[in-house]
Write a protein that binds this ligand. Structure first.
Ligand code: SAM
Length: 297
């Protein structure tokens, strides 16, 4: 199944203010936002796109033959060095994973189908979920499950993982799902492994770190009057976005290396846009989406 874009109309309506401008899609995925952007741009417009996932980059190369379009395999936290000579009219960040990640058992993102426990968006670097779960201290595993998954049974799950790996290394998604099912019984609609899988994915991909770094660098590649549109899918991401652009922040957070006050750099033009009930009905994955829009002053 292809990835169904979230808040497509709303995001592009805010992003595109000059149809002959140059735009940047930092999360290409399967390119639904990029394709629609290209449909709307004039022959003079340009679109650069980035994804850390090589499959997304191959998809772009195979499916978009448009001289106005270029694709790059990179992490969006590298935006500064990748585009050090460019200034964009608008930048889109549609965060998180693609449904194509979840649909492919070989990527290890889904607890619903068996596959190697990988979960890396960029399989050319970093460590897999299995490598981490087989080597991390129990306390570190339980902290990650709690912090990134809000998993109340984090300690029990971490303990069960450590017990399992003392007999044999964890290798597959189904092994992990079964371990979690021994600790947590299914209640209601949500599968007991949902939160743990989310937490491990966020950790393995160091998602929140890369988001903070990317936000701190956007100002260097945006034109004055340029627009940033960010779509988040969980509160941890949205909190980082909201806090980063908070107008009252005079001092940037200590872990973000920026040297100009955010207050002087951006104005929030749309605080919190959510998908319509109709979009949520057509695409339930969109229900947690929150979009925020900022203008560079
Ligand atoms: C929600 S999908 C984007 C979907 C896309 N807007 C579309 O219409 O198909 C998020 C994409 O961002 C990519 N991604 C996530 N974190 C990234 C990062 N730090 N750097 C670059 N790409 C990243 C993922 O690999 C994934 O393909």
């Amino acid at each position: 199944m292809l990835h169904v874009p979230v808040l497509l109309e709303e995001s592009l309506d805010f992003l595109l203010h000059d149809l002959s401008g140059t735009y940047l899609d930092l999360t290409f995925g399967r390119g639904s936002h990029s394709q629609e952007l290209l449909n709307r741009l004039s022959p003079l417009g340009r679109l650069h796109a980035v994804d850390r996932d090589l499959e997304a980059v191959s998809f772009a190369k195979e499916n978009i033959a448009d001289p106005r379009f270029s694709i790059y395999h990179s992490n969006y936290s590298e935006v500064n060095s990748l585009f050090y000579k460019q200034r964009f009219d608008g930048i889109l960040l549609d965060l998180g994973t693609c449904s194509t990640h979840l649909d492919n058992p070989f990527r290890g993102f889904s607890f619903q189908s068996d596959g190697p426990l990988d979960m890396r968006m960029d399989m050319s670097s970093g460590f897999s979920a299995a490598e981490w779960l087989n080597s991390a201290p129990e306390k570190e595993i339980s902290n990650i499950l709690y912090e990134y998954g809000d998993e109340k049974s984090s300690r029990k799950i971490a303990k069960a993982i450590v017990k399992f790996r003392s007999i044999k290394p964890l290798q597959s998604t189904i092994e992990l799902t079964k371990i979690i099912e021994t600790v947590l019984k299914r209640t209601g609609k949500t599968h007991p492994a949902t939160k743990s899988f989310q937490a491990i994915r966020i950790h393995v991909n160091n998602e929140l770190y890369h988001l903070k770094i990317a936000l701190s660098k956007l100002q260097n590649v945006l034109k004055v009057g340029g627009v940033v549109v960010i779509i988040s899918f969980h509160s941890l991401e949205d909190r980082i976005v909201k806090n980063f652009f908070k107008p009252e922040i005079e001092e940037p957070p200590k872990d973000i290396p920026i040297n100009t006050s955010v207050k002087e750099t951006y104005r929030c033009i749309k605080k919190k846009i959510k998908p319509s009930p109709n979009e949520i009905k057509m695409n339930p994955r969109s229900r947690s989406a929150i979009m925020r829009v900022f203008l560079k002053l």
